[in-house]
Design a binder for this molecule. Sequence first.
Ligand SMILES: CC(C)(COP(=O)(O)OP(=O)(O)OC[C@H]1O[C@@H](n2cnc3c(N)ncnc32)[C@H](O)[C@@H]1OP(=O)(O)O)[C@@H](O)C(=O)NCCC(=O)NCCS
Length: 113
Amino acid sequence: MRKVLIARDSGKSIGFIIGDNSYGGVSFISWLGVVEHYRGLGIGSKLLNTYEDFAISCGSHLLELFTFEKVKPFYQRHGFSEIGRREEGYYGQKNLIMNKTIGKWNENYLDRR
Ligand SMILES: CC(C)(COP(=O)(O)OP(=O)(O)OC[C@H]1O[C@@H](n2cnc3c(N)ncnc32)[C@H](O)[C@@H]1OP(=O)(O)O)[C@@H](O)C(=O)NCCC(=O)NCCS
């Protein structure tokens, strides 16, 4: 199931995260974005942390995403590690594939949401 979280300021949408949660215990984050004027205020971090909490509540053990070189430090600060790359991936760009362990694989895992 796809999960979308939106950050708002006085009713205006200023950031979002989209995740496909969750298949086989892996939650894939497909997009995270914050309106330029609002960047550097912790909104991206809050969206990521909130999504992580949601994924944990679903029983996921792993978060996965792809990103670009300049955003890699942001995800590293949030505990993600690079596990591979596509030299010419989405948008013809180099895609870094990153993941973060958020729990233990559960043999009794069921897709709950
Ligand atoms: C990456 C992004 C979501 C971070 O959101 P944010 O609200 O600025 O994040 P936070 O305020 O929680 O954290 C800011 C950190 O992100 C980094 N950052 C800010 N703007 C950035 C940008 N345009 N590109 C890369 N990193 C950026 C800063 O270095 C900052 O690090 P610091 O805390 O050490 O100073 C936001 O910059 C963005 O929307 N970028 C464009 C879209 C994008 O690249 N999304 C990720 C695709 S997978």
